[in-house]
Design a protein around this ligand. Structure first.
Ligand code: ARG
Length: 565
């Protein structure tokens, strides 16, 4: 039942103001003593030509409100509505009990595809903490869009092109060995790459050699290409371990090199449309004055393409291949200008779908103790960070619940969850400071805390042998703590929609914490087991709903919900 809409309908009948308009005016008061919905009448003062308190009085006496409205109160310029507690609790809980894990989902996105470019790591470079945000935010959005009926397409736009691969080949031929790289992986690649830079300082001919090696890859030289593919495959094998830990899969790994043969048509079209200008031998697209942006470099003077050229070609490819409704780029805000330029170029080419390209930007992650920072020259690999989190979690669990069955798997879910949760615990655009102690605290506003609450619900339901089929007497759970849990459950579908609309998984993270806290307040205030059968059953039903929605919320943001902890 849509309480808001029904109240708006009743008001509309007595005022002739459209329901929609009234519905959007209705507010949720900051505390329950002021009702469940409130109409700020000053917004109507102009059209009804009356003072707000007088409007409130008039509306109250002239409207016939639905039965579920138990009380209507005038408070200054506000008209406050109180909803019958047991009706409200029933309306909030029954859909959760009926729909289970589908509760909150919808088919609003049916038939529409959303491309999500995320993680997008670089070959022969560490998968470092900076990629964590992209990976985690992108994955959450992937789940959220799917949950709302869209078809999500996860794309890992690999950084697998550029002159650095020429350097790497030269370095490998001089100082590398097959076994060394095979065993050492990306770390070993970084080592010989660093060596290259050291040596090239002394001997500039190395740079010429590297250019030639890169040219060889471009020209399809078999040996150079084989090396390049090998570096790529080794890096991907290594990052796969991280994706496995996080439980992430991509639909496409089409990275920068994939577009090698797809850029010419774009360049030709730019030229035909008179958008390409020469600038010191290079080809650029200039923007109108009011855009206030430097030109976008399309071709270097030697004819080489750039990061932006590849992104423009990629956008066309994605549009043709997936016919997306939206194409999201989950990339740090450092690349703001790049995406503004790329999107604008496509717009200038005359494609209206340029407006469907969205840069979902996020801030930086740093740590209180500097362990994740690459600044001190120590490269930090995300895999190590995840493993450390899992180990720390395990240590905590061994102390708290030494007999826990399946500890390894649970420690993994909780350790990874803590890191993911913490990454999603603030609005994405904010820079975040990561703190181990805070992230792993089972009592704070953390992943482990929410997971623990879920596990607590599971164990309670199991102990009580909760009967899903038993009739629920909703009038028995109208105390303030139960109603607060119910209120949150009722808001879950709208919460998911808002997270989707704003590309902001954090909205769900916040919600899950609120729900877990509300449930725990209920749990502390009320006895469940051993109460009269009807009361126990009603409280168990509330528990089952909270459990379900905490799990759904956690899963949406990419976190597992273990049943034991
Ligand atoms: N590989 C890039 C980096 O690590 C991110 C790529 C983002 N996606 C894109 N289509 N440009 O900075």
């Amino acid at each position: 039942m849509d309480f808001r809409n029904e109240i708006a309908e009743a008001l509309s009948a007595s005022t002739n103001i459209p329901t929609q308009e009234l519905s959007s005016m209705l507010e949720t008061p900051p505390n329950p003593e002021m009702g469940d919905y409130a109409l700020p009448c000053f917004k109507l003062a102009k059209s009804l030509k009356k003072a707000p308190p007088a409007i409130a009085v008039q509306l109250k006496s002239e409207s016939t409100f639905p039965e579920f409205v138990s009380r209507v109160e005038v408070a200054g310029g506000y008209l406050n509505f109180f909803i019958d507690r047991s009706v409200f609790v029933r309306e909030a809980l029954a859909p959760v009990l009926e729909q289970g894990e589908a509760f909150g989902s919808s088919n609003e996105g049916q038939g529409r595809a959303v491309c999500i470019d995320y993680s997008s790591i670089n070959i022969a470079k560490p998968f470092h903490i900076g990629h964590l945000s992209s990976t985690v935010i992108g994955h959450a959005l992937y789940n959220i869009f799917n949950f709302l009926g869209y078809k999500s397409i996860g794309i890992n736009h690999l950084g697998d092109w550029g002159t650095q691969f020429g350097k790497l080949i030269v370095a490998f031929r001089r100082w590398g060995s097959k076994e060394g790289i095979e065993q050492g992986g990306v770390r070993a690649m970084l080592e010989i790459y660093a060596k290259f830079h050291e040596e090239a300082e002394k001997d500039d001919t190395l740079n010429d050699e590297a250019r030639a090696a890169f040219k060889a890859i471009e020209d399809g030289d078999i040996e150079a290409l084989a090396l390049f593919d090998w570096f790529r495959a080794l890096t991907l094998k290594e990052v796969q371990r991280v994706y496995d830990l996080l439980g992430i899969k991509f639909d496409s790994y089409a990275g920068e090199s994939f577009y090698n043969d797809k850029m010419q048509p774009v360049v030709d079209e730019l030229r035909e449309k008179n958008l390409l200008e020469l600038d010191d031998g290079a080809s650029v697209v200039r923007f109108p004055e009011e855009d206030n942006m430097p030109p976008c470099l399309i071709l270097r003077s030697d004819g080489a393409t750039l990061y932006a050229t590849r992104d423009i070609a990629a956008a066309f490819y994605r549009k043709q291949t997936y016919d997306f409704d939206k194409c999201l780029y989950v990339v740090a805000y450092q690349q703001n200008l790049h995406f503004k330029q790329v999107f604008r170029v496509i717009e200038l080419m005359g494609y209206p779908w340029a407006k469907d390209l969205v840069h979902v930007a996020f801030g930086m992650v740093s740590t209180t103790d500097g362990t994740l920072s690459t600044r001190k020259g120590n490269v930090v690999f995300l895999e190590d960070v995840l493993k450390e989190s899992i180990e720390k979690t395990r240590a905590i669990m061994e102390e708290k619940s030494p007999d826990l069955e399946g500890m390894d798997e649970i420690a993994r879910e909780v350790g990874v969850g803590a890191l993911v949760f913490s990454t999603l615990s603030a609005s994405r655009i904010k820079d975040i400071v990561f703190d181990w102690d805070r992230a792993l605290n089972f009592e704070g506003e953390t992943g482990p805390y929410c997971q623990y609450t879920h596990a607590r619900c599971c164990s309670l339901l199991a102990r009580a042998e909760y009967d899903k089929e038993a009739q629920v007497e909703y009038s028995l759970i109208t105390d303030p703590e139960s109603v607060e849990v119910a209120r949150l459950l009722y808001e879950f579908p709208a919460t998911v929609q808002s997270a989707c609309k704003k590309y902001e998984p954090f909205i769900i993270t916040r919600y899950v914490v609120d729900l877990a806290q509300a449930y725990n307040r209920f749990y502390l205030a009320h006895r469940i087991l051993g109460e009269p059968r009807e009361v126990q059953n009603a409280r168990l039903a509330l528990t089952a709903c909270a459990k379900q929605v905490i799990a759904t919320g956690l899963n949406l943001i990419g976190i597992a919900a273990p049943t034991r902890m």
